[in-house]
Design a protein around this ligand. Structure first.
Ligand code: GAL
Length: 650
């Protein structure tokens, strides 16, 4: 396995067969090593039930392999063919509005449907038997982008049936479920599991514990759906990595749980589309970075997904030019495709694979750029990919080690605060992004840890924002942690059954064991709570604390405790705006002895393996030494042009 390599997504079934060899030759010439194929090809692999037509795929694999390329073979289960849907129409998912979601695009299946799972097992086994030990097959991709197009949650009869079974196993008796969900409220008590409906059926807001269990059930279904494929592939294709390609800002299933079944996590990075869709940046910022993408969002996903499969991760799809699916689809500034690729490598990606080789002139994605234009002439992204290929070949770069700061992340917390946000703006992911941004501005590098199993002990600074319920193990680890842990806001404010803990949140260990959140409020836009003696304010969410004066480290201008501390614990009683997040984290970073910077919005760093990678997302040149960044340059120089990349020994 090469430590750093490029890949590309290719669809042999979209092109005449007599183009394949030339495509493969040009890929290799570009410096590409991996090619992902096959993930949407079911209708060509099995045009009618039982008639497997795999010869063309074998010829494609042979052609690519013959050119020295390594194939990542996708299982085609994101696109079940029409004949299969017609055989069992109840495999289609149902939307929250109760309407069936039909054939004619992709992802038209329900994770709970046992019949569809059997069909998936059948096609995956047939493919794995035929290709599992082929020397050209280096890895597998299961399905494609689980949950894309809002498909993790389905309100189908299959889901209802599966949910009832899952509840029966979890609670054993309806009484236990009634107690856990608080069903005495509004006479919601059930006499049997068969009476329980899906939460979209209720007239108004369903019980939050009901929704949480449905979210858990739905996440478990995605995980077990994927595991079925992993197990089959491993049986017939030993020694090959099993990969899935996650999507950005997708929270509807627990990626840690799914990642535990993978050898390698990957994700699909589309920086420009992301920024355009991201609601939490003002129009000036969006205009400034329209051709570069948000300088922090991609990096954050790299760090998050790195944590989901023990450190091994790829970019399976990297934006190569304008995409087709965002509200607006600008072209990247020259150099950005190279920069994005390097930023992924700086965060430890083994492979960065571009989506797609050639722009396809027909069907839904005809407006989506490829490395080649539809007429096979190189598009601008092609030259940048080739440049990176030359650069990685000439540089021997170590993989990243542990980062400075850890953020504890928890998918159920995202479900919880969507279920009961209390204020429209309270979005778990955004809270994490806001803190991550402040850390990046300080020039710090970040690891994410699964809150459920995290071991914070190797880190000097750990953040635990917005954790719905305490994993008991984490609370115990924090009791003996000797770095600094910044907890809150909202952390520990419910138990697993969505109940406010009897002794009131946050339930921290000593010396903050007497701390109580006694009241919370949410703040509408433009209502903020300024701090006393510190720039910035709380926005969106704010808590009132009962705490001994001796523990108060900072107050808001209205005299309430805003940050409290004792031993290694700090508790933050609100959602900090940009200035406050920066100021608070700067203080904490300095307290634990990290050197900090104050980087301009377009300049970002990543420290890894004794190297500092510098990226200029901005449209103007920057001089690194003016921002406190100096060292022996392995790539680039002190003057970083727009879209520039530098690597320093520092
Ligand atoms: C991804 C997907 C690809 C393609 C791409 C377009 O979400 O996996 O198949 O649709 O987006 O940007």
């Amino acid at each position: 396995m090469p430590v750093r390599a490029l890949g590309v997504c290719y669809y042999p079934e979209h092109w005449p067969e007599d183009w394949w060899a030339e495509d493969a030759r040009r890929m290799a010439e570009t410096g590409i090593s991996f090619v992902r194929i096959g993930e949407f090809a079911w209708s060509r692999l099995e045009p009618v039930r039982g008639r497997f037509e795999f010869d063309w795929l074998e010829r494609a694999v042979e052609t690519l392999h013959g050119a020295g390329l390594k194939v990542v073979l996708g299982t085609p289960t994101a696109t079940p063919p029409k004949w299969l849907v017609d055989e069992m129409p109840d495999m289609l998912p149902v939307g929250e509005d109760g309407r069936g979601r039909g054939f004619g695009s992709r992802r038209h299946y329900d994770f709970s449907h046992e019949g569809y799972r059997t069909e998936c097992a059948r096609i995956v086994e047939a493919l794995a038997r035929r290709f599992g030990t082929h020397p050209g097959i280096a890895a597998w991709q299961t399905d494609n982008e689980y949950a894309c197009h809002l498909t993790a949650l389905s309100y189908s009869p299959a889901a209802l049936h599966g949910f009832r079974d899952w509840l029966g196993r979890k609670y054993q008796s309806p009484d236990a479920l009634n107690r856990a969900w608080g069903n005495v409220f509004w006479s919601m008590e059930y006499g049997s599991f068969e009476e329980i409906e899906l939460p979209n059926a209720a007239l108004t807001e369903p019980a939050p514990a009901h929704v949480m269990d449905f979210r858990r059930y739905s996440s478990d279904s995605v995980v077990s759906f994927n595991r079925l494929q992993c197990d089959i592939i491993r049986r017939f294709s030993p020694g090959r990595d099993v990969i899935h390609n996650f999507m950005g800002r997708t929270l509807s299933f627990d990626h840690f749980a799914l990642g535990a079944d993978l050898d390698v996590s990957s994700w699909d990075s589309y920086p420009l589309g992301f920024l355009d869709q991201w609601a939490h940046r003002d129009p000036d910022f969006k205009a400034e970075f329209a051709r570069a993408g948000d300088p922090d969002l991609q990096a954050m996903h790299h760090d998050l997904y790195r944590a989901t499969s023990n450190g091994r991760w790829w970019i399976m799809e990297q934006q190569p030019g304008p995409v087709n699916w965002a509200p607006h689809n600008p072209a990247p500034r020259d150099g950005m495709v190279r920069l994005w690729t390097w930023e992924a490598f700086a965060h430890g990606a083994e492979v960065v694979s571009y989506f797609r080789w050639r722009q396809v002139p027909f069907a839904q994605e005809q407006m989506h750029a490829g490395l080649l234009r539809p007429d096979s002439v190189p598009a601008p992204g092609h030259g940048e990919a080739a440049a990176v290929a030359r650069e990685i070949a000439g540089l021997d770069l170590p993989m990243p080690e542990r980062a400075d700061v850890a953020i504890l992340f928890d998918y159920p917390s995202a479900w919880a605060w969507t279920t009961q946000p209390q204020g429209r703006e309270f979005e778990y992911f955004r809270l994490v992004v806001d803190l991550y941004r402040a850390l990046r501005r300080l020039g710090l590098s970040v690891d994410f840890l699964n809150a459920k199993s995290a071991d914070p002990s190797p880190y000097r600074l750990v953040l635990a924002p917005g954790l719905f319920a305490w994993p008991q193990s984490l609370r115990e680890k924090l009791a003996t942690f000797d770095g600094i842990a910044l907890v809150g806001p909202r952390s520990g404010s419910r138990d697993e059954n969505f109940v406010i803990p009897p002794s009131l949140p946050p339930g921290l260990p000593a010396p903050l064991d007497a701390l109580k959140v006694t009241r919370v409020e949410t703040l509408p836009p433009n209502l903020t709570v300024p701090m006393e003696g510190q720039a910035g304010a709380f926005q969106i969410w704010r808590e009132m604390l009962e705490v001994a004066d001796a523990h108060v480290l900072r107050r808001s201008a209205d005299g309430e405790a805003a940050l409290v501390g004792g031993g290694s614990l700090r508790y933050l009683a609100g959602w900090p705006d940009e200035a406050l997040a920066f100021g608070l984290l700067k203080d904490l970073a300095e307290e634990v002895g990290f050197p900090v910077l104050d980087l301009p919005a377009g300049l970002r760093l990543r420290r890894a393996g004794g190297l500092t990678y510098a990226f200029n997302y901005g449209g103007k040149a920057v001089r690194l030494s003016q921002h406190g960044i100096a060292g022996n340059f392995r790539l680039g120089s002190d003057d970083l042009p727009p879209s520039g990349v530098a690597i320093l020994e520092a």
